[in-house]
Design a protein around this ligand. Structure first.
Ligand SMILES: [Zn+2]
Length: 241
């Protein structure tokens, strides 16, 4: 006689299997730690700019970096790319690095298992720049086991920071520059913002006016501002998204 599961039993088993997969996904991602800095004996640091692309402000950040023979990493919000497509292409063509800062800059929901914010943003980058970013930075630095699993499945690496100066609330460019230069060490990854996504109404002219002093101060200390991939010695883009 063949043993058959009743409908109640088979749906219970299915539920158990689903929960088991969710737990495995969550646990698998839980211990993946983001990178916060490069080698501490490095002569390089990375300036990173979040929450764009943001039109003229992003363009001005790029121009200032280039004036000082430096390049930046722009952790852009995926939904901004099509509206600033020319700027995205111009950044890539000028040697800056674009990286993934989610599709809509939403704080990760602890129950969001597939975390499509990551893959959908990747598709925006691929559509506009024909490149697939290798680096991801979570909005507000908020990660869950599921977001970490999504990053790992995509073959990407989470990049956080070890220098934060709250540039979104700073009103004095000289104080902002001094704050960065006080905190920065060899190998540092510095969190700055060219966009306003996380902080609407923010005055980006403070950062633009501080940036030359930051770059001059780094140079005086023998530190070069480079892209994250150069600092870490890792590829900045993937072969496919
Ligand atoms: Zn952000």
């Amino acid at each position: 006689m063949r043993f058959r599961l009743g409908p109640w039993m088979s749906s219970s088993l299915l539920s158990v299997a689903i929960v088991a997969v969710l737990v495995m996904l969550f646990v698998a991602g839980r211990n993946d730690q983001g990178i916060t800095h490069g080698p501490e004996d490095s002569s390089m640091v990375a300036l990173t700019f979040d929450d764009g692309l943001n039109g003229a402000d992003t363009e001005n950040v790029a121009e200032i970096l280039e004036l000082y023979d430096s390049r930046g990493t722009f952790f852009a919000v995926g939904k901004s790319l099509r509206g600033d497509a020319e700027l995205a292409e111009r950044l890539v063509a000028s040697g800056h690095l674009l990286a993934n800062h989610s599709l809509t800059h939403t704080r990760a929901n602890p129950n969001d298992v597939p975390y499509y914010e990551l893959s959908r943003a990747q598709h925006e980058f691929a559509a506009v720049t024909h490149q697939c970013p290798a680096f991801y930075r979570p909005p507000y630095g908020v990660e869950t086991g599921f977001t970490k699993s999504a990053v790992r499945r995509a073959g990407m690496t989470t990049v956080l920071w070890n220098v934060e100066v709250k540039d979104w609330s700073e009103t004095d460019p000289a104080r902002l520059a001094a704050n960065v230069l006080t905190k920065v060490k060899p190998g540092a990854i510095v969190l700055l913002h060219d966009g306003t996504e996380g902080h609407p109404g923010i005055d980006r002219s403070v950062l633009l006016n501080a940036l030359p002093a930051i770059l001059e101060g780094l140079h005086a200390r023998g530190l070069r501002a480079v892209r994250v991939d150069e600092l870490l010695g890792m590829p900045g883009t993937l072969k496919r998204c």
